[in-house]
Design a protein around this ligand. Structure first.
Ligand SMILES: Nc1ncnc2c1ncn2[C@@H]1O[C@H](COP(=O)(O)OP(=O)(O)O)[C@@H](O)[C@H]1O
Ligand SMILES: [Mg+2]
Length: 238
């Protein structure tokens, strides 16, 4: 980890919470160049998610869904257009500022969970809190209890089922109290019942904590739970 630069926003400054969308893309294009060819993974995309809103992003493979999630999550930078978080323009942030903004505002749930194999459930949930002051263990424990893993706190990922790992990943995504939760195929590796439980958890988080939730999915079950579905084809919102 690099040290925080003077330009980066302070982690402990009070978050600004204006009434508008928690995240917003305005005319966003993301081009990739490969072998002399240019592919627009996203082409002039306008997209916004409000606090407490749940959005599903669907579309065929290669249509730009992951790119959309990565741009929203400040893991990727658009070729053109504007990205706003909580109303603030973050498009031209440097890597350091982007990392700080991501840490403060965004939680990710990746399809393959990305848990650290050597760490227990509690320790995995604590990973994003390493720059947060104070003992975060009680919060990590209570989040795990909330997703039904109160009796699995000290289990390592290989001692947990797929659904339990996914729930550890969700607790980890929530530990820094994000305003925006981004999920890539959140039910992809799960059986129906577990998938439903996870989606009910998303619904609760979204409603109770005013978190905007964006899920990329192939699964029609997800669209049953969301307020709105956005379809991408060839990088264009339909
Ligand atoms: N790092 C990359 N380099 C080159 N092309 C990429 C890269 N990432 C994605 N693409 C291309 O951008 C398009 C959209 O990809 P992606 O966002 O991963 O789609 P999806 O998640 O819907 O399957 C595809 O044509 C893909 O090949
Ligand atoms: Mg993808």
């Amino acid at each position: 980890m690099t040290e925080r630069t003077r330009d980066a926003p302070e982690a402990d400054s009070p978050p600004e919470r204006p009434a508008g969308p928690v995240a917003e893309l305005d005319g966003v294009t993301r081009e990739y160049r490969s072998g002399g060819e240019t592919i627009a993974a996203l082409a002039d995309v306008d997209f916004a998610v409000d606090p407490g809103e749940m959005v599903a992003v669907i579309g065929p493979s290669g249509s730009g869904k992951s790119t959309l999630l990565n741009v929203l999550g400040l893991l990727d930078v658009p070729t053109a257009g504007t990205v706003r978080l909580d109303g603030g323009d973050v498009t031209d942030y440097d890597d350091e500022a982007r990392t700080m903004a991501r840490r403060r505002t965004i939680g990710f749930v990746f399809q393959s969970f990305h848990l650290v194999p050597m760490l227990t459930a509690v320790e995995n949930v604590l990973v994003p809190t390493m720059f947060v002051e104070g003992d975060q263990r009680p919060r990590a424990r209570s989040l795990l209890e909330r997703v039904g893993l109160g009796d699995r706190l000290d289990h390592r990922p290989d001692q947990l089922s797929g659904g339990q790992r996914q729930r550890v990943a969700i607790a980890r995504a929530l530990v820094n109290e994000p305003r925006l939760l981004l999920a890539d195929e959140p039910t992809g590796n799960l059986d129906r019942d577990t998938g439903r439980n996870i989606l009910e958890e998303f619904e609760r988080i979204s409603a109770e904590e005013e978190v905007g939730v964006v899920s990329v999915t192939h699964d029609e079950l997800v669209t049953e739970f969301t307020d709105r579905t956005v379809e991408l084809i060839d990088g264009v919102i339909q």
